[in-house]
Design a protein. Structure first.
Lengths: 735, 156, 536
């Protein structure tokens, strides 16, 4: 019953809002504010109540299970966010908060309705609840108002779907939501990051966690601050930081008090000096040692710290800060490009230096332990070995002792070998990890650059043609294809597949294109229809730039590819439907055109069979039908007659002629010179990416030249002067 | 990595998980519910007599040299299929008789002067155990004073 | 004839390998690297087996070696049969090879040689290290090591030739199933019934309570008894291990040679003559399928158009779909069996957390291995991607359509697995659904991540030319990422739940949700920037 009341309440309020705003559209803002004020008033009634839920500690209560407590805590946080947005958005609107009110708050309302009973139990502190209590009524009103207002905004979102969808920013949505969660639910953050349900975490203490979180956050902040400042400034910053690290470390050292037992020989101690030397004196080998070796050591030291004391003691804070520096200073040097990325040679160098260090520590431990107790690099004690029984056993059982001048030097050789190779293995593992990070960094750097370039393109386009970017960039070119200085270089190649190609094709023409294998015909066609990018130059189709206004340009293009690929498991009709959907063809148009072309190509009886069972010619014809189902102004065909029988070939040629006569542009490439000669109004010859000749059919007839002779001569290196004199060209780009 | 490799990996991880949980995730031994043996005894068909103190007595003709008796065949117990069990035999006077690992009791004639007490013990892997005893007595002492059978030495 | 066979073999091997021609030095270096890898594998297997023998008291002897050998080889025979049936009869290169001036028999032999070399290569990386390790651990003499190398040469003969023989009836069975879909349906039903029966039987033998340590000796003895009885079915692999362990070398060698010769003769007189007949028949595609006439639809939004197409293609390629989602079909079964075993163990609190962790890990491994669909969703468009490049619509919506299919199928099977888990009662119902939620959220993130891999690195041309996804780097990367996510969530589950069960679950779900949101944001960014830059 109560749920029905709540749902009805939400429906009534939202309907009321919709009706009011429709009746008084000019007063929409005022109406929304009034409802927001009513909501605030209902919310304020909370102030006269103490909820039992606020007194729960340690996740335990006698009226609610622990899991339900956790659930209610989460829901509370979300309800707080929803309430804030519901209050503020109608009064002071912002795009992202509007989206939150439209999409997020309705979900929270639904959850509040579902868990309404649990809410009342949480308020009352007993399972014996009364829905007619003040608090229950207040919460019901609050929920209905929040639900009604958010439902109204959701209605607005749905009715203006297109506009709202295009302005929706997913990143901002979650960022604002996250920010509001932090702002109004700090207790959850602390419990999540530092504690467990009312108590501070015991194993992983507060100090420990804070230090680890800071170790992750500080380098990220420094990276973002310095990533665009240049390598020199980054190096200067790192020199300062490494010096600060060294000063902090050596601040309390008194050389007179140094003994064999407190030499700075631990890995991270030496790391402090080595990082300083690496940055100040720009020593690569030392840098890579710190990058591969010290970073891991510092990480382990921080995860398994050797100190548990307060950070307000110099010795303790020194431990943490020194290890933090040793951890992130080498990493910053890499990401800020102060040092180049490592390769195998560098890790090999690091291994050599590590080997020297390791052997030195074995000797130091063996020697010093004959008269004092030390544990450099934790090879002597059980700091590491206590974590695994087998390691401890190896350390105790397998010892190598050497007696020199009556003094016995001992080392646990099996344990030492294990640690040595284990550390080297870790270095390689971390190299793989670093490699993955570098690749990710490169990828996202490129992503950001491309994003910026896209935004720049749109801005330039807007500058050129105004805010409506669906207008043609070249209104005078609406009945032509215009290719201007088009050049294409494929990635990973120096060779220009097409070089400085310019061409204009007007409506009402069948334009043919011929060239040797690898001349650049397909490259040109693919760039023309938008399959491939353009390296330089421009291509306009019906006044639209194919790069800057691709959707508008492609709407005017029908394309028959050279590979005739189709979805073989679809029927012919399904395939045509699918293509027609992509080209936004209306039902009536596609019915009429499909019937016509199917009859023309004798495909009526095969349209409802799977394409898998079609012959090559049938597939080809189907692709042709699909390419003109939207009656494009420009019809581009890449070797359309390959492998067709004479009848099919004739049908397609007839259609091409028909389209051209109807005022369309037909642009096709072929290897069959006779077809080009008979069918085309103009023919171009491309050779090694250059346009070497352009001929009209009239000119050929007048001069009584065959296209074959011209082609063979043009294709041949040595062009005779007689042939040159008889060639009548439009535009010649021969080089 | 092919699908087959992924399937094998999943199965290996699942098996590893079962082993890992049963080794490191099981309840500590002191909290583990004990599974006790229900019974263990030397079978009645082999026992000749039970003395008034409740000792089971088996008479043997020890005139033959190196008599061997298969003790395993004589013992019965309620089997457990949820844990490994070990059965062991012991003799109170090892100088008089030997028992092999396979449960064969060997008594040399020259050594046969007194009776021997054989004890069988079953232990399960969770530490519970049961035991039973039997006295093996020379057959020609059957008509002797019953006091003998109560644990006294021979009266020669 | 041998010259032609050699050329045909080299041609096929060259087609498989992407490497260019090597100089002599490069070849030597390659061989050395290969030897190094095999040595490393041998050392690793030796250490593992040594550990098993010394720490776990597990027997590493001739009986176990025979068992391992024949089980792996029988699986090899099965897989070889299936692969040979497509390589011999329906491979694309048949059209080229059969048109060469070589007899069909020579083409047949060359294909078997290629298959032999493939099997030999596989055995080199697996069987050789196993043989070597067994020999070292058992202190075998020189003859063992020499004979194991000889056996390695014999070993591939069996799967290849038996596969060639069995591929013939397999072809006929395939054609029968194609012609009569009802027979295919019946076969699937039988397989499902057999699977259920198998699972029920297997689950019934799990003892309650399951106390592996307490029953270890019993388990070892049982295993050894099983191995001894199973080895009766080892057939010629028994001869091989007898030879290696110097048991009646002469007699066993004779038997082996006779069997090899017999199989080769059978292949020569049975498979080879039928080869050309079967291979040429496979090239004909005149299959008429009846389809209902559909009405012309009004223009649909692009997302709906893509979704309709994808759903149609999914249902019409059901074989391919089942093959692609094979692992996820097995997921409820594997999780059920695992959880029945877990429910038989009396666990501590840590054990309960471990059970959850392993459920998450195994579930993620299986479900993410099937997300390779998303990692190749754009690649499999192949030549058809041209249509998407030329269409004047928001064709990036095809990505969402494909993703929806993947999400729907995987979520359904995760749900089914959750049901099976709740039946097994290893975890509480509450935790079962939390595990379901965790896996579903993490899986969705993985799908987004896999898709992103394909958007940034599609292999359209490779797929258009070969029709295969072999060597597609996105597939391996997707599986590795899935493993990593599974491992992270599995370990996190154990640690966080052990700290505090309730707040631990909250943290796990929050982490899964955060990962999902993060991947979604990155995916949308990548889609906006890179999709339109994909070139064919």
């Amino acid at each position: 019953m109560i749920y029905a009341i709540l749902v009805c309440g939400v429906a009534i309020i939202s309907t009321l809002l919709i009706l009011l705003t429709k009746k008084f559209p000019a007063k929409t803002s005022l109406i929304l504010r009034i409802f927001a004020y009513i909501f605030i008033a209902a919310y304020v009634v909370r102030l006269v109540h103490n909820d039992a839920f606020d007194r729960i500690y340690g996740g335990l209560s006698d009226y609610m299970s622990t899991s339900m407590i956790a659930m209610m805590m989460g829901l509370r946080a979300l309800t707080m966010i929803s309430a804030i947005v519901t209050c503020i958005e109608p009064i002071r609107s912002s795009k992202t908060c509007k989206d939150i009110l439209s999409l997020f708050v309705p979900i929270v309302t639904i959850l509040n309705i579902i868990f309404f009973r649990q809410h009342i139990i949480a308020f009352a502190g007993t399972t014996n609840i009364n829905y007619v209590s003040i608090r229950a009524i207040q919460f019901a009103i609050e929920t209905m108002l929040m639900g009604g207002i958010s439902a109204y905004y959701l209605y607005g979102f749905v009715t203006n779907w297109k506009e709202r969808r295009s302005s929706f920013r997913l990143g901002s949505f979650f960022a604002v939501l996250g920010f509001l969660l932090l702002a109004c639910f700090p207790v959850g953050i602390f419990q999540g990051l530092f504690g467990e349900f009312g108590d501070e975490a015991t194993g992983f203490t507060f100090t420990h966690r804070v230090m680890l979180y800071l170790t992750c956050i500080i380098p990220i902040v420094i990276y973002f601050a310095y990533r665009n400042k240049g390598v020199d400034r980054a190096r200067t910053m790192l020199i300062y930081l490494s010096t600060a690290c060294l000063v902090l470390f050596t601040y309390t050292i008194n050389i007179n008090n140094l003994s064999y037992t407190n030499l700075p020989l631990h890995l991270c101690n030496t790391g402090v000096f080595l990082i300083f030397i690496a940055y100040v004196f720009n020593v690569k080998s030392i840098y890579y040692f710190t990058f591969f070796v010290n970073v891991i050591g510092a990480l382990f030291a921080m995860v398994l710290p050797d100190t548990d004391g307060s950070v307000f003691l110099l010795s303790n804070i020194r431990f943490w800060v020194d290890h933090m520096y040793v951890f992130f200073l080498p990493i910053l040097g890499m990401v800020l490009k102060v040092f180049p990325r490592p390769n195998f040679k560098m890790i090999r160098g690091a291994i050599y230096v590590f080997s020297i260090y390791f052997v030195a520590m074995i000797i130091a431990n063996a020697w010093i332990n004959t008269f004092a107790s030390v544990d450099y690099f934790f090879l002597q004690g059980d700091t590491v070995s206590k974590h695994a029984d087998f390691l401890y056993n190896w350390q105790q059982l397998y010892k190598l002792s050497v007696t020199i001048n009556g003094i016995t030097y001992t080392t646990a050789w099996v344990y030492d070998i294990f640690i040595y190779f284990g550390y080297i293995l870790l270095m390689f593992i971390i190299w793989i990890f670093y490699d993955a990070i570098f690749k990710t960094q490169d990828h996202y750097t490129r992503l950001i650059e491309l994003q910026k370039s896209d935004m720049l393109d749109i801005r330039e386009l807007r500058k050129k043609i105004g805010n409506d970017i669906t207008k043609p960039i070249n209104p005078r070119g609406k009945n032509m294809i215009k290719i201007s200085h088009f050049t294409k270089i494929y990635a990973g190649s120096d060779r220009k597949a097409v070089d400085d190609f310019s061409l204009t094709v007007k409506a009402g023409q069948v334009f043919g294109f011929i060239g040797h294998n690898g001349a650049g015909k397909s490259t040109l066609i693919k760039s023309l229809v938008g399959i491939q990018s353009i390296t330089s130059g421009s291509i306009e189709v019906c006044g639209y730039d194919i790069t800057k206004q691709p959707l508008q340009a492609k709407l005017n293009i029908g394309y028959v590819s050279d590979n005739h690929a189709v979805y073989e498991k679809l029927t012919g009709r399904e395939y045509i439907n699918y293509v027609a959907d992509l080209y936004l063809v209306s039902k009536e148009d596609r019915e009429a055109r499909l019937a016509r072309y199917a009859k023309m190509f004798h495909l009526e009886n095969d349209l409802d069979r799977e394409i898998k069972g079609y012959s090559h010619g049938m597939k080809q014809k189907l692709v042709v039908i699909a390419s003109i189902i939207h009656n494009p102004k420009v019809w581009v065909l890449d070797e359309p007659l390959t492998g067709l029988d004479p009848i099919s070939s004739f049908q397609i040629k007839s259609l091409m002629r028909e389209m051209a006569d109807a005022g369309h542009i037909v642009f096709f490439s072929s290897h069959v010179i006779e077809v080009l000669e008979k069918l085309c109004d103009r023919v171009a010859i491309i050779k090694q990416g250059h346009l070497v000749g352009e001929y009209t059919s009239d000119q050929l007839k007048t001069k009584k030249m065959s296209l074959e002779d011209i082609y063979l001569d043009v294709a041949d290196e040595a062009v005779t002067s007689d042939v040159k004199n008889t060639i009548v060209t439009g535009t010649t780009n021969s080089k | 990595m092919s699908k087959k490799v992924s399937l094998m990996l999943s199965i290996v991880v699942a098996l590893f998980g079962i082993i890992f949980v049963s080794v490191y995730g099981k309840l500590p031994e002191n909290l583990y519910p004990k599974i006790y043996m229900k019974e263990l005894y030397f079978q009645d068909q082999y026992v000749d007599e039970v003395s008034k103190n409740g000792n089971k007595i088996i008479y043997f003709d020890v005139s033959q040299d190196n008599l061997s008796i298969n003790l395993y065949n004589m013992v019965a117990y309620a089997p457990l299929d949820t844990t490994d069990i070990t059965i062991s035999f012991s003799v109170d006077k090892p100088e008089m008789a030997t028992i092999t690992r396979t449960g064969m009791l060997t008594i040399g004639e020259a050594q046969w002067r007194k009776f021997v007490v054989i004890e069988v013990t079953i232990k399960s892997m969770d530490g519970s155990e049961l035991s039973d005893k039997v006295m093996i007595v020379n057959q020609n002492q059957k008509d002797n004073n019953h006091e003998i059978y109560d644990g006294d030495d021979w009266i020669i | 004839m041998f010259e032609r066979i050699k050329i045909l073999t080299l041609l096929q091997l060259g087609g498989k390998s992407r490497r260019r021609a090597h100089t002599k030095n490069q070849t030597i270096v390659n061989c050395l690297i290969k030897a190094l890898i095999i040595s490393a594998i041998t050392v690793a297997i030796y250490m593992v087996l040594g550990l098993i023998k010394s720490t776990l008291s597990f027997p590493i002897n001739k009986s176990v070696l025979t068992f391992l050998l024949f089980v792996s080889q029988y699986i090899g025979i099965l897989t070889c049969t299936v692969s040979l049936s497509s390589v011999l009869y329906s491979s694309r290169d048949n059209a080229i090879l059969l048109s060469y001036p070589a007899k069909p028999n020579e083409v047949f032999v060359s294909k078997l040689v290629v298959a032999y070399l493939g099997e030999f290569n596989k055995n080199l990386y697996f069987l050789f290290p196993v043989f070597f390790s067994f020999g070292l651990l058992n202190g075998c003499g020189v003859w063992y090591f020499i004979s194991s190398i000889i056996m390695l040469l014999f070993m591939p003969i069996f799967p290849v030739f038996i596969g060639a023989l069995l591929s013939i009836p397999l072809q006929y069975i395939k054609k029968l199933l194609n012609r009569f879909p009802i027979a295919y349906a019946i076969l699937i039903l039988l397989v499902v019934v057999a699977l259920f029966w198998g699972v029920a039987a297997f689950v019934a033998i799990i003892p309650k309570p399951l106390r592996l340590l307490a029953m270890y000796n019993r388990f070892i003895n049982g295993f050894l008894t099983f191995v001894a009885s199973a080895n009766q079915f080892g057939l010629f692999y028994n001869f091989m291990t007898n030879i290696m362990y110097s048991v009646n070398i002469g007699l066993n060698l004779l038997w082996l040679v006779l069997i090899v010769v017999g199989i080769m003769l059978l292949t020569n007189y049975v498979s080879m003559p039928l080869y050309f007949n079967l291979a040429s028949r496979s090239n004909e595609h005149a299959v008429k399928s009846k389809t209902k006439k559909i009405k012309i639809q009004p223009a649909r939004p692009t997302l709906l158009a893509f979704l309709t197409k994808e759903v149609k293609l999914t249902f019409r390629n059901i074989n391919k779909v089942m093959n692609d989602y094979f692992l996820i079909l097995m997921m409820p079964v594997v999780l059920y069996i695992m959880n029945v075993a877990f429910s038989a163990i009396v666990v501590s609190r840590l054990g309960q957390c471990m059970i959850t962790g392993f459920n998450v890990l195994v579930g993620m491994v299986m479900v993410t291995a099937c997300n390779t669909q998303s990692a190749t969703a754009i690649t499999v468009e192949g030549g058809e991607f041209v249509l998407l490049k030329t269409a004047p619509s928001k064709t990036s919506n095809m990505v969402w359509a494909k993703m929806l299919i993947n999400v729907a199928i995987s979520t359904f099977f995760i749900f089914a697995s959750a049901i099976m888990m709740s039946v097994s009662q290893a975890v509480t119902i509450q935790h079962t659904w939390l595990i379901f939620l965790t896996i579903a959220l993490a899986n969705f993130s993985h799908i987004l991540w896999s898709f992103q891999l394909d958007i940034t690195n599609p292999r359209l041309r490779d797929y258009a030319e070969s029709g295969k996804l072999d060597g597609n780097p996105n597939v391996n990367k997707s599986v590795r990422i899935g493993l990593l996510i599974g491992l992270v969530f599995g370990i996190f589950s154990i640690i966080l739940l052990n700290e505090n069960m309730t707040i631990g679950w909250v943290k796990i779900i929050c982490i899964a949700l955060a990962l999902l949101i993060f991947r979604l944001l990155l995916f949308v960014k990548n889609l906006k920037v890179f999709f339109k830059r994909i070139e064919y």
